[in-house]
Design a protein around this ligand. Structure first.
Ligand code: PPS
Length: 287
């Protein structure tokens, strides 16, 4: 697997959707406001799902915006070439997305009261999700070799760098009151409970009916039925969804249908080594 790339401060980015200018703008010039909310993830960890949930919370469960404005415009990626234009159109509180590791994130965040929501997912399921997703990306040379996808991930050769470095960079601020941490698997197991927790963190009081509406409109099936939820407006020269669906399966544990026992054991060995200094445990480590 490979893609047209460039390095920025040790991390790989795509020449198609990023540039030195867009990264430097985000890092040094972009002004973070106190009421900003950032949706941070490593790719394929549930980014768009969180955008959907956060937008529904912002609009008190009313799905009108979710059903009329494309998801990538509701909460644009601050590292993208398109961000400068998009950010000017956002209403407050602004909900902004990013796949950046902490060390490349907007410098003005540190002196703000803005909030971060960091979603992580079982890395084995990320590998599976990426394996299918890159086939839809025009600027990726993908192949059908799953072992390549595992190597690519473990060696940190992907866009946005290594998953291990990403999680470790953001976990540096996990004790900060502005930081909220959730897993994709928690969202799957208890979406309502997760929405309630998110509302509390955001200081947003919703009625039970409004919470029900957030839960209903952010289900996998609701998002599949909503054209505004899966990048259907993006040109096929970038994402060609005839080659694979953006909302592919939406489950946890699909890795078991893809990894051989040997691949899983090798992954676990590298994972344990790379994660040992983090002092955190995740439910998937028991699987
Ligand atoms: S990206 O390209 O990095 O922004 O992708 P991202 O949105 O982070 O991740 C895509 C995966 O999230 C799944 N998804 C969902 N799962 C469950 N419920 C809902 N509502 C939902 N919305 C998105 C999506 O299906 C991708 O996972 P896979 O495993 O490929 O299905």
């Amino acid at each position: 697997m490979s893609f047209e790339q460039f390095m920025y401060k040790g991390v790989r980015f795509s020449t198609k959707i990023h540039s030195e200018d867009s990264l430097s703008f985000e890092e040094n010039e972009f002004e973070v406001f106190d009421d900003d909310v950032f949706n941070i993830t490593y790719p394929k960890s549930g980014t768009n799902w969180m955008i959907e949930i956060l937008n529904l919370i912002k609009h008190n469960g009313d799905a009108t915006i979710s059903q009329t404005v494309p998801i990538n415009q509701r909460s644009p990626w601050c590292e993208a070439i398109t961000f400068k234009d998009q950010v000017a159109k956002l209403t407050h509180p602004r909900f902004i997305t990013s796949h950046l590791p902490y060390h490349l994130f907007a410098k003005s965040f540190s002196t703000s009261k803005a909030k971060i929501i960091y979603t992580i997912r079982n890395p084995k399921d990320i590998i599976v999700s990426l394996f299918y997703f890159v086939k839809t990306l025009s600027f990726f040379k993908a192949n059908n070799n799953f072992q390549d996808s595992i190597d690519y991930f473990l060696q940190g050769k992907g866009m946005y760098g290594s998953w291990f470095d990403h999680i470790k960079s953001w976990m540096q601020i996990k004790g900060d009151s502005r930081f909220f941490f959730i897993t994709y698997e928690e969202l799957l197991k208890d979406r309502r409970g997760s929405v309630v927790r998110l509302c509390k963190f955001l200081g947003k009081e919703l009625t039970d009916a409004q919470i029900d509406s957030v839960v209903e409109h952010s289900s996998f099936n609701s998002m599949k039925e909503n054209k505004m939820s899966y990048w259907s407006d993006v040109k096929s020269e970038i994402v060609d969804q005839t080659k694979g669906s953006f909302l592919r399966k939406g489950v946890s544990g699909d890795w078991k249908n893809h990894f051989t026992v040997a691949q899983s054991e090798h992954f676990d060995k590298v994972y344990q080594e790379r994660m040992k200094d983090l002092n955190m445990s995740f439910y998937w480590e028991q699987e």
